[in-house]
Design a protein around this ligand. Sequence first.
Ligand code: SAH
Ligand code: SF4
Ligand code: F3S
Length: 477
Amino acid sequence: MKEYKILPDAEMQKQREYIEKIRIYNERITAGNGKTRYAYVQTFGCQQNEADSERLAGMCEAMGYVVCDDPKMADIIIVNTCAIREHAEQKALSIIGQYKHLKAEKPDMLIGVCGCMVTQEHRKESIKHSYPYVDFVFGTSSIYRLPELVFKKLKVGKRLYCSEETEYLVAEGMPVHRESNYRAWVSIMYGCNNFCTYCIVPYVRGRERSRRPEDIIAEVRELVELGYKDITLLGQNVNSYGKDVKSDNGETYDFADLLSDIDKIEGDYYIRFMTSHPKDASKKLIDVMAESRHVAHQFHLPLQSGSDRVLKAMNRHYDKAKYLDTVEYLRKKISDVTISSDIIVGFPGETEEDFLDTISMLKTVKFDMTYSFIYSPRKDTPAAAMQEQISDDVKGERMNRLLETQNAIALEKNKPMENTIIKVLCDGPSKNNKNVYSGRSEGNKIVLFQGDENDIGKFINLKIVKADTFALHGEKA
Ligand code: SAH
Ligand code: SF4
Ligand code: F3S
């Protein structure tokens, strides 16, 4: 027997009852004035938050709201916030600030704020005091309680502040409204136990808890049956999957086991996953990937820094040598794998020499893609209290050098793809240039080409005619 930390179904049943009551309430309003009831869910932050927002939107839909993408139309607005860097918080606060006017024009509208930012006590307090028109605030452990909050707000009219659960559990069975009908997120676990010294996530997402394999596999199978082509498994450290689960016979079921079982599902689709922590990216996992039929040949492996001294101060539990071993094994087993990474510049105490170590790692590994971030102190994390914070000027200057180095590497990695034919999943008109269509390759590279509406959500073979730093240009083969 294995013990997964799942929220009792009685709690979800309570929420289903609230959903039903609100649905009837909304139906009555529409019957009375003929107006459709709309919900707008706005998301900041990572894929985990996007996945949560699809559940929030799903619950809104079940409550009788039509999900829309215009806050002005909405009868309920939910802002799902992020706390990873100062900038993410400021953006969310500024948007919430703008909704004051909407609320003034439409006093019956409900505004809820949730997610990582407001899971921090000081942010919850500041919403309470500085944004009096926000109707309810709830943290990441209370996402599933949206129906209850809407109901209580409608019934009692008072503002509501959900306190965080002391034990974060997995809520199964929330309805979902997916943004896309060919790409999907599937959370396999929640929370993080790693406490990297710069990071807020463990404080706002609670401890690691895994979903039951049968629930995950059933969700992926359903997606494949519905025609989804690209499915990303999500967790802050997917390599920890299953490690929180108590078993009375010592049996284990880890991420590699899960991936291998998912791969057995028949169909024409890719499986991806993120994020994999370098301290425990295992050979077993890479072997499963290499032998799989559906796991995309792409690996996101956040390095953060190329200096062993900084990695130690970050509490990352690996060094350069271990990281390079993993990359070597990965490339040996999967020769065409693309590798991407996250880098932080300007961690407290980072010297010029440390930074040059990072540059040197970029040149050694040659990542296909990196996401680089300027270190942002997060309240109450160990790194924020460290002496020797780096000045903004130095951080900015290092960032520029990092980007310059990486851009040259990305171009060098992309060039050999010219004149090859690759399979691309088409997303539709490019965000930056509506005249071209955009898609993603198995390696998750952006490919631009002349497409048409019928291509959206389909795999297409493209001949790469030109490779740039940030995108490949293709023609239908
Ligand atoms: N769980 C994932 C990362 C989640 S956060 C992992 O461990 O890789 C995504 C990225 O944001 C991190 O990889 C890191 O590069 C960056 N990040 C996290 N905290 C940050 C901070 N305080 N300042 C700047 N970047 C940060
Ligand atoms: Fe943050 Fe580290 Fe956890 Fe990733 S592994 S979410 S960087 S604490
Ligand atoms: Fe942001 Fe929370 Fe994700 S802090 S990056 S939304 S886990």
